[in-house]
Design a binder for this molecule. Sequence first.
Ligand SMILES: [Zn+2]
Length: 230
Amino acid sequence: MKVVTPGITILKRYGKYANACWILEAGGEAAIVEMPMISPDEHPPWLRAESYARRRHLHVKYALLSHGHVDHCKTLPQFRRQFPETNFVAHRSMVEDRQFLAIMARNSALPFEDWVSGRYRIFDTLFDGPLWSGTLGGEPLHIIYAPKHSYTDVLILFRGAMITGDWFLGDLRDCNALVRPNHKIEAIQRATQVVSELGYHVHMLFSAHGDSLFYDVDFYAMMERSQVAH
Ligand SMILES: [Zn+2]
C-alpha cells in the first residue's frame, strides 16, 4: 500500500501489467479507481478495498475506471458484487466499446442472463458530455472524457491530482494507435479547456498504473507539449 498524497492511496499494483487499484477519500467517503486484472496468487483487490474501507469507516460512494482495457477493468463484475451500494460511474463510450463489452461477457462473476435481459447493468451512472462531477466528503471529484490512448479514456481529478490513465505525456508517442491523431489533440485541448473553466489547479499527474507519479507539474505546459500529431 502506498499513500501517494493525502487522500489518494494505491492499494497495490496487480497482475502481469502491474496496474494499480486506487482509493480516493475525503470526509468519510471514498471512490475506487480501477478494477484491475490480477494474477491467480494475488489476494483479490475487491476484498482488499472492502477491508480498507471497513477499517477506516469509509462509505465507498463511487467506482470508476480510467478506460476499458483489460488490465484496468477485468474484475469490475467482482467489485460490483462486493459493493452493491456503490455508484459505478462511466462515460457512455464505455458501454459502446465492443472490446470492453467482450471482456465483461467473458467474466463468470457477471450475471450474463440478467445482463442480456437488462435486469443487470454494469454501470449505475453514464454521462455523455465532456465532464461529470461529484463529491467525496464535500470535496470535488471530476471526470473528463478525453480519448487519447483509447476511445473510452477519462481523466480523473481529485485533490489537485489528475489520474491520466495510460496517456503518454509530453511528446512521447502513444503505445498504440487506437485513437486518430486529430482526436487526441482535440481531447487534450478539451481537457485543458474543462480544467481551465473549472478553475481547477492541477499540480500532480499520476498514471493509472501508478508507475509514473509527477508531483509539482505545470499542467498547462505539459498539455501543450502533449499536442503532437502522432
Ligand atoms: Zn494499462
